[in-house]
Design a protein around this ligand. Sequence first.
Ligand code: SF4
Length: 249
Amino acid sequence: MPEKQKAYGREISIEGTLGEVNIYGQIDFVVLLWENDEPKLRLVESKASRKDRTYYQVQICLYRMLVCQLIGENYLNISGIKFQPENIECVVVRIDENTNKIQDIIKSPALNLDTIEADINRLVASDGVLKWIIETDLSDLDYQLGRKCSDCLLSFHCLAESAREKRLELLGINSSIVRILHKAGVNNLDDLSELDLEGNQATEIKKDISFTDNLELLKLKAKTRRRTLPDGDSNPDTYEVEALPKYSG
Ligand code: SF4
């Protein structure tokens, strides 16, 4: 390459292992710039979105970690100058709310990803949460269904499996409440909708100090929710219409 020439590449594939996890992806743009006679790499992730999301920053931070790892393992020389990993910077560009235009990939300020990188290192460590999740049976994992699920790539699994197993998570309750219900032998929507509110199971649930929900309301929600499920007790092809008493005025 001619001396100190700027350059860029698009859709750069990258793969590597961080801690216990193998990661691959495609960096939208890698731009080679020069600053004080030193080469600088700008990694750019571009999003067709107006919202700034943390997981966009996690994605670009993962790419930076992989690029740093590659540079650490392979000497990188650009126009005769040894490349320093600290000369990598990252940006996420998205649609600007004010102008409705995509943000500038060169002028956008570089992100400070130190906290995110520390979190990723903890997540992918040999005693980290990701390894534990990978090794745990899916049905034993805690999760909470909510608004965030509509944007999640895994919703086809979480929602469909929850429905198939009539899981308590379909009520959107948090995992600590699910655990308390399980401990009392209330394992799915069928159990909860048939729960005797004066019985021993209900007493056991209510006396747990971590149980902060309203059991009567939960039972009602469970009854309603299970009616909409496959092999629930309502017919999806019909409307339930109750006959009104005949008017005799
Ligand atoms: S769909 Fe599943 S994995 Fe995705 S956010 Fe919801 S609970 Fe989490």
